[in-house]
Design a protein around this ligand. Structure first.
Ligand SMILES: [Zn+2]
Length: 405
């Protein structure tokens, strides 16, 4: 891979060729962004008009392209060479492949094969999206299968701009582990007839700094008593937070939601990568950003966001995004849990159609010039010919597979 320039060089190259899909027309239809599977279901169930179908399709495609672009941008942020995301989508010549094959799935998705995916759930938008989609399906299945009730409990602690994410996270996890221990906890489980649970870790960043929070989804046999849950947990969790020298608000430290809408809303949006088109060069005051939005800001050149992203990378290293309680998966009728790398690498859809194979050299060129997202978009729009047109535009010569034919 010769001739890798600086990131700014490459941004200049990308800008020159124009990420045409990058900022176009997304705002009006933002509400229907993302959540690929969900939208597909909605679409068939509700029989939307052609216009809406196209809107969904269009946004879905653009979102995927943007995830590839963002991943490539993240690779080159400060400190990222030490993380797996740095090697995401690198070519695997040792598997006997002649190049990087692009296939089109029956679902309309375009996939790149013979590549190593990094399977980083925190740092890679491409892999995170693949992993989260599988985990989200499982959460939904579990709620369906459990046959009982569910409640969603969120734990947070007070924080300021001066707090390091790693410290906040440590304090939060410590207080929660203490809360969920000992005889108190055993009788708490019995009282509320809690049979299983899953907890997930999430982050946002706002004016008051990092805001890590843990969502705890509990499965119960009887209808959850939200008020009682809140009262008990607030007291106990709050005590442990204070013991660790921190503070949790009686109003915000523990939040309990038990309505069907709350739960299904939570699950359908679980770890979805939000629309990134609106991320500008600078963040607005009072804005709360997700890690992906921070990454996008950093890639756009915001140095403060870049430092925050690195801090986030360190703090999330080796942390699990979703953790089931012991025996929960069996109880909720789920199969054995797959690891992140299996989910990121796995090709589950057998129906696919060959689009084009890039030679290793062509792939290195695309990778070097941060054009995976652009290429994905060109293929979604115009198939092999779209890929060829882009290649001619940026490199001045056609793809080998087409030129040789
Ligand atoms: Zn990846």
């Amino acid at each position: 891979m010769a001739g890798i320039g600086s990131l700014s060089d490459r941004n200049a190259v990308s800008a020159l060729w124009g990420y045409s899909y990058y900022n176009t027309g997304a705002n009006a239809i933002q509400a229907v962004q993302e959540g690929e599977e969900k939208h597909r279901d909605d679409r068939s169930a509700c029989g939307h008009s052609g216009f809406l179908v196209n809107t969904y399709e269009y946004n879905f495609r653009r979102s995927a392209s943007k995830r590839y672009s963002l991943m490539q941008g993240i690779k080159h942020l400060k400190g990222m060479s030490r993380y797996q995301v740095h090697n995401c989508m690198t070519y695997l010549p040792d598997q006997g492949a002649q190049g990087v094959e692009v296939v089109k799935r029956e679902s309309g998705q375009v996939a790149f094969k013979n590549l190593k995916y990094c399977s980083s759930v925190w740092l890679c938008p491409v892999c995170s999206s693949r992993i989260a989609s599988a985990r989200r399906n499982e959460l939904g299945q579990a709620v369906k299968n459990s046959g009982g009730y569910t409640a969603l409990i969120t734990f947070t602690l007070a924080h300021s701009n001066a707090d390091k994410l790693e410290d906040l996270l440590k304090a939060l996890r410590k207080a929660l582990n203490s809360t969920k221990s000992g005889r108190w906890y055993e009788s708490f489980l019995v009282e509320h007839e809690i049979t299983a649970s899953a907890s997930s870790l999430e982050f946002t960043h706002g004016d008051n700094g990092w805001h890590p929070h843990i969502h705890w989804l509990i499965f119960t046999k009887s209808k959850p008593k939200a008020g009682r849950l809140q009262e008990q947990l607030n007291e106990r969790f709050g005590n442990f937070v204070r013991k660790n020298g921190r503070y949790s608000s009686a109003f915000h430290g523990v939040n309990v939601k038990a309505s069907r809408d709350d739960i299904s809303g939570y699950i359908s949006k679980w770890n979805i990568i939000e629309e990134l088109s609106n991320v500008q060069a600078k963040r607005g005051r009072g804005e709360s950003l997700t890690a992906w939005q921070l990454a996008q800001l950093a890639v756009n050149g915001d140095q403060e966001a870049e430092a925050l992203w690195l801090e986030y990378a360190k703090a999330t290293y080796r942390k699990k995004a979703l953790q089931w309680s012991r025996g929960a998966r069996e109880l909720c009728g789920l199969n054995e849990e797959k690891q992140d790398d299996e989910l990121a690498q796995e090709d589950t859809t057998p129906e696919e159609e060959h689009v084009i194979t890039f030679t290793p050299e062509e792939w290195y060129f695309i990778e070097d010039h941060l054009l995976i997202g652009e290429m994905h978009h060109a293929i979604m729009e115009g198939g092999a010919q779209g890929a060829n047109a882009l290649m001619i535009r940026i490199r001045g010569k056609p793809l080998k597979e087409l030129a040789g034919a």
